[in-house]
Design a protein around this ligand. Structure first.
Ligand code: 2P0
Length: 349
């Protein structure tokens, strides 16, 4: 067709984030409002990321989306929330009279193409990077600026934290409309350059209980979760932010391990119980504690999300020795070569 039919195309990437104070449980399912605040570290762009391309064209008949090469259902409610909110902001900016913008293209349909550079099935926070990237790319296409974590949150709760780099808190907020449930950077990625993240893949299988339904059951049945949200996490958020600001690795690591353990305790307290950790996860937990005890200081921290794969936080100077210890205690041949797969040892945080 003529030049008006040429698609307008934008490509962006967004990294995964790994929580050290865990999000688990919603007070509003539709708006995705959590029962507690959380805090995470966003990984570098060169590892564990999603790449999304959004094209708009007058000639597109309908909105469409492809994930890792396969067309998916665009009517998914969370996808629709993100599209609707970005288009609402775009319309508002034009109505408010930004002279740099014209309204051509606002009614155009989008084609979205999104790929992960890590296995979606491995339970490595793919929805966080995915929705963060989708919202950021849509915003660029429609020339929307400003606070976008509230929109990413409506795609997937943890996605709001991937809208910022470095150390990021998701403040739970108090309002019923969710306007104050937003992500905020606690410290930039340059703040703690020695910090490293290692991912130990214990299983690449898809997790049996998804986060969304798992946390629903936990909210309905676990009194421990209620106690955690009301009486434990608020104090831990304050302590964790202080530990990050002081770059106090021992304090950071101990809070991280305790919070992972309490999250998995609430999974066990859920009825029927949810088991995310397996025997390899338990061996990693024991190895980390034995390692720290051996050196007489806390050099390593583990954390586990809704699956058995361990994420290890450590400092740059301890990485070679820890990798050796892992290879000694978990020789690749006993694990079908699985164990050290996807090991990003460089430049994180
Ligand atoms: C977290 N997780 O803070 C926690 C720790 C898993 C364990 O955020 O329903 O995929 O899309 O809001 O964000 C996983 O939950 O759930 C998660 P939805 P999400 O990283």
């Amino acid at each position: 067709g003529d030049s008006m039919d040429k698609p307008n195309t934008v490509t962006c990437t967004a990294p995964v984030n790994i929580a050290v104070i865990k999000y688990w449980g919603k007070r509003n399912e539709e708006l995705i409002l959590p029962i507690n605040s959380s805090l995470s570290v966003t990984l570098h762009q060169d590892q564990l990321k999603t790449t999304t391309t959004v094209a708009t064209s007058r000639s597109f008949q309908e909105d469409r989306i492809w994930l890792n090469g396969k067309e998916e259902d665009i009517t998914h409610p969370r996808l629709q929330s993100c599209l609707r909110e970005i288009r609402r902001l775009a319309r508002k900016r034009r109505n408010d009279g930004d002279p740099a913008l014209d309204s051509k293209g606002l009614s155009h349909k989008v084609h979205i193409c999104s790929v992960n550079d890590f296995p979606t099935a491995a339970g490595l926070a793919s929805s966080a990077a995915g929705f963060a990237c989708l919202v950021y790319t849509l915003a660029r296409v429609f020339a929307v600026e400003g606070e976008l974590s509230g929109i990413a949150r409506q795609g997937s709760g943890s996605a709001c934290r991937s809208m910022y780099g470095g150390f990021v808190q998701w403040i739970m907020g108090q309002k019923d409309d969710g306007k104050d449930s937003l992500a905020q950077q606690v410290a930039p990625e340059t703040h703690w350059p020695e910090l490293r993240v290692l991912v130990l893949v214990a299983s690449a299988e898809r997790k049996p209980v998804g986060s969304t339904s798992g946390m629903q059951t936990s909210v309905q049945t676990s009194r421990l979760l209620k106690h955690r949200a009301e009486s434990v996490v608020p104090g831990r958020m304050v302590e964790m932010i202080e530990a990050v600001q002081r770059k106090d690795f021992a304090a950071f690591a101990e809070l991280t391990m305790k919070d992972s353990n309490q999250f998995h305790a609430t999974c066990l307290d859920t009825y029927p119980p949810i088991f995310y950790l397996n025997s390899v996860s338990q061996q990693v937990i024991k190895l980390v504690h034995r390692y720290n005890r051996h050196y007489g200081e806390t050099r390593l921290a583990y954390t586990f999300d809704a699956g058995p794969n361990a994420v290890i936080y450590t400092l740059q100077q301890h990485v070679p020795e820890f990798v050796q210890a892992v290879q000694h205690f978990f020789p690749p041949e006993t694990n079908g070569g699985q164990f050290l797969k996807g090991l990003p040892v460089d430049g994180v945080a």
